[in-house]
Ligand binder design. Structure first.
Ligand code: NAD
Length: 732
């Protein structure tokens, strides 16, 4: 029997069990906005006095899930701290009301249950998690520069314990249904929604015997909780440890993790209402920070880029069914596996049987990993693997709709492959290259149908990296890039459309940065300090760590190949070549800027001594290697050198029309390289800092160090006019 109805929810009652069904209109997922919060208030007011209700189940009516979180579009309209605090208070009061309902409450979680969705579930007495790959439970507010503001910092530690709560809140851990059960966040799991009524009614004593749960006290499930977390001294030690880790790991200008830790601490030392007040204050402070604004913008940019993806499956890219991949090395194997995983027919061409066997092994390994991660079943992995056709004679390429070339980075070789492809494919088969440093127009030269050729630049490792640069030249047909953008979405990548330039957008902006890092080392700056400087800025790893990961030979090759197009802005530094000649190729050779021994990583001092003496003609290194003598001034100067070069290059890319707008470049840098997300990308960073200040810094560096720092015309124009790069952004 229906007992309450509003736009976003309805409540029915049957035999003493009430069920609240959430179904927020016009949304793919249930999300909380002011209207939904208001309707929930009314619903709770209506049922609270009903003494015939013995149990309340709260469920999502949508197939996509229970409650995905708060409506971030609404958050975008917040401009003052007071407004943010008021929104936090509104949610806190509602969940307090839910917690105080006189009958036991059970949240039934399926699909993504993040942020406000989990805070809602935490205010219930019990939780059931549906065991499905889409069930994901977490508090990702820090990724938006915020803290959980609706009681999450208070209730989660009281349900799962302090250490585990900090993993969810600070380390962004997301739980699946089984983990939630193990941690005590879920009281039951079931694999099918339909089994739920039986499950609830078969709990010990029957559903009607479920009782309100006492809210105080910390869980005592494991020995750490019993011995450490349950005592004030133990908790103090834990808070100190967590703070130390944050100080080491959180980049500058990113206050949210510290605020979250503090809210948890206040709640556990001074009680829940002091903790909730601390949460509200934190939200008030954080909502107006640049970090929060930038992270929100990125969230919306990714959402916009992926909008396309939501309803795209292979059937909606009718032009593409069968995909050919040429070369099954690191990238080709990854691309072939991805396409097969996403349901495309795949055929792989290699140069000989041995290379084909090696490629097959790689593809097989990737399928096995996908099965281990639960993306597909082991059976499905086997079937999909067996369906990947393999050849050394181009057999099957005559039926391909799209071919992606991923042979080694060698222009004559690649040109030969494209010539061959003209013979082996239909005239309208789309031909794409995964080159990282050559320009696509060179590959189009001499072909009868250059209009069907484009770039599809995947990042390594293909299965993990979310970005795909779709590259068009002046002759690439628009229809071709349209189809490729759609196809990118169909294989679950976030596509950006970019112009044809050496290194396209991401590698082009990255190269001057990596080159500069090499120079700093050759000048005497300790390797770890160069990396630390940029990690503090917000990069996920330092430039020398990145060079070691990419491979110094690969980087040197890219630098050589793109260098001439940069003029004075990029003179590849001999450091990279010297390292390669010595066989120090990075992680893959066990030695690069660092020495890799198992999981241990230490500075490769031999390489540095040699580098510095060879490059400066001295026997001894310029400064003690790895010393701790570097002043913060020097680190600041190093940071300015590395960062301003990227900003300059990003502005030059925009001026050359390589991307439609600043946000495309920023999104590419964040998704392609992990570029300090809380700073929004190089061009948002220029806006926040002021283009004038960046230009002034570059001019000083150009005078002191050399012409590579000369600001480009576009950056000067912005500095002179005060025009922002982001003037036209409308994503919210
Ligand atoms: P790789 O050396 O691992 O693989 C290249 C494969 O191509 C080898 O298996 C080789 O046998 C095969 N091959 C060579 N000539 C061939 C031919 N004529 N026909 C068929 N197969 C042939 O190289 P990789 O790292 O996979 O790079 C491939 C391409 O992707 C390059 O253009 C590279 O610049 C680009 N790329 C690489 C990365 C990366 O991080 N490795 C990232 C982005 C793009």
């Amino acid at each position: 029997m229906e007992i309450f109805r509003a736009a976003s929810l309805m409540i029915e009652k049957d035999n003493g069990i009430a069920t609240l069904w959430l179904d927020v209109p016009n949304k793919t997922y249930n999300v909380f906005n002011r209207q939904v919060l208001g309707e929930l208030h009314s619903a709770f007011d209506r049922i609270a006095p009903d003494s015939s209700i013995k149990l309340l189940l709260i469920r999502g009516r949508k197939k996509n899930g229970f409650v995905a979180g708060a409506d971030l579009h609404e958050f975008q309209s917040i401009t003052t701290s007071d407004q943010a605090m008021a929104l936090s208070a509104a949610g806190q009061q509602l969940f307090d009301k839910l917690e105080r309902l006189p009958f036991p409450t059970v949240a039934v979680i399926h699909g993504p249950c993040l942020g406000g969705g989990l805070e809602f579930a935490l205010a219930c007495d019990y939780r059931v998690a549906i065991d499905h790959p889409k069930t994901q439970i977490g508090l990702p507010e820090i990724e938006l520069g915020l803290v959980p503001g609706w009681g999450g910092t208070q209730r989660l530690p009281r349900v799962v314990g302090l250490e585990r709560a900090l993993q969810v809140i600070l380390q962004r851990k997301r739980l699946n249904a089984r983990e939630a059960r193990e941690w005590g966040l879920a009281d039951w799991t079931t694999s099918r929604q339909e089994d739920l009524p039986a499950l609830i009614t078969t709990v010990p004593g029957g559903a009607r015997q479920l009782e309100k749960r006492p809210k105080h006290g910390m869980p005592l499930r494991n020995w750490r909780q019993r011995l450490i977390e349950s005592t004030p001294v133990g908790r103090t030690i834990m808070f100190r440890g967590a703070e130390r880790i944050l100080r080491r790991k959180v980049p500058d200008d990113m206050p949210a993790p510290f605020e979250a830790l503090d809210a948890v601490r206040v709640g556990l030392t001074q009680g829940m209402s002091a903790g909730l007040a601390r949460e509200r204050e934190a939200i008030g402070r954080l909502a107006t920070t640049k970090a929060c604004r930038n992270l929100m913008t990125l969230f919306f940019l990714i959402e916009r880029a992926r909008k396309l993806q939501e309803d795209v499956d292979k059937d909606s890219v009718p032009e593409i069914r069968r995909v050919g991949v040429v070369g099954a090395g690191t990238m080709g194997a990854g691309i072939a596996q991805l396409a097969a995983l996403k349901g495309f027919e795949v055929v792989v061409q290699e140069i000989n049987d041995a290379a084909l066997a090696a490629g097959t092994k790689k593809i097989d390994g990737l399928f096995q990993k996908a099965a281990e991660r639960g993306l597909i079943s082991a059976e499905e992995a086997k079937q999909k693997m067996a369906a990947v056709a393999r050849t050394t004679t181009w057999q099957g390429f005559e039926k391909t709709d799209l071919v992606i070339e991923a042979v080694i980075e060698d222009l004559p070789l690649k040109k030969g492959v494209f010539k061959e492809l003209e013979k082996r494919t239909r005239p309208n088969t789309i031909l794409a290259s995964n080159t990282s440093s050559l320009v696509i127009r060179q590959l189009q030269e001499g072909l009868s149908h250059p209009e069907r050729v484009a770039g599809l630049h995947f990042f390594n490792p293909v299965h993990k990296m979310p970005l795909l640069e779709v590259v068009r030249t002046a002759t690439t047909q628009e229809k071709v890039t349209d189809i490729l953008m759609q196809w990118a979405a169909a294989v679950d990548k976030t596509p950006v459309l970019v112009g044809d330039s050496p290194g396209f957008v991401v590698n082009r902006i990255l190269m001057p940065y990596l080159n500069e890092a090499g120079m700093l080392v050759a000048e005497g700056m300790p390797v770890e300090k160069v990396d630390l400087t940029m990690r503090r800025f917000g990069m996920p790893m330092g430039p020398l760590e990145l060079l070691d990961q990419v491979g110094l030979d690969v980087a040197a090759h890219i630098a050589r190949s793109v260098g001439p197009a940069f003029g004075d802005r990029l003179k590849p530094h001999p450091a990279l070549d010297l390292m390669c000649q010595a066989g120090w190729l990075g992680q893959k050779s066990g030695l690069g800027f660092y020495r890799y021994q198992g999981k241990k990583k230490t500075v490769n001092t031999e390489a540095l001594t040699r580098l510095r003496s060879d490059l400066s003609g001295r026997r001894e290194p310029a400064e003690p290697v790895g010393g701790d003598k570097l002043t913060s001034d020097k680190m600041l100067e190093a940071r300015e050198r590395m960062v301003c070069l990227m900003v300059n290059e990003a502005a030059a890319c925009l001026a050359e029309g390589l991307a439609e707008s600043a946000d495309v470049i920023d999104l590419a840098m964040v998704l392609g390289t992990g570029w300090a997300p809380h700073r929004g990308g190089p061009l948002r960073y220029a806006d926040d800092r002021g283009a004038g200040d960046v230009v002034k810094t570059l001019e000083t560096l150009a005078k002191q160090i050399g012409p590579r720092f000369e600001p480009c015309a576009e950056l000067r124009r912005h500095a002179a006019s005060g025009e922002l790069f982001y003037k036209r952004l409308t994503v919210a």
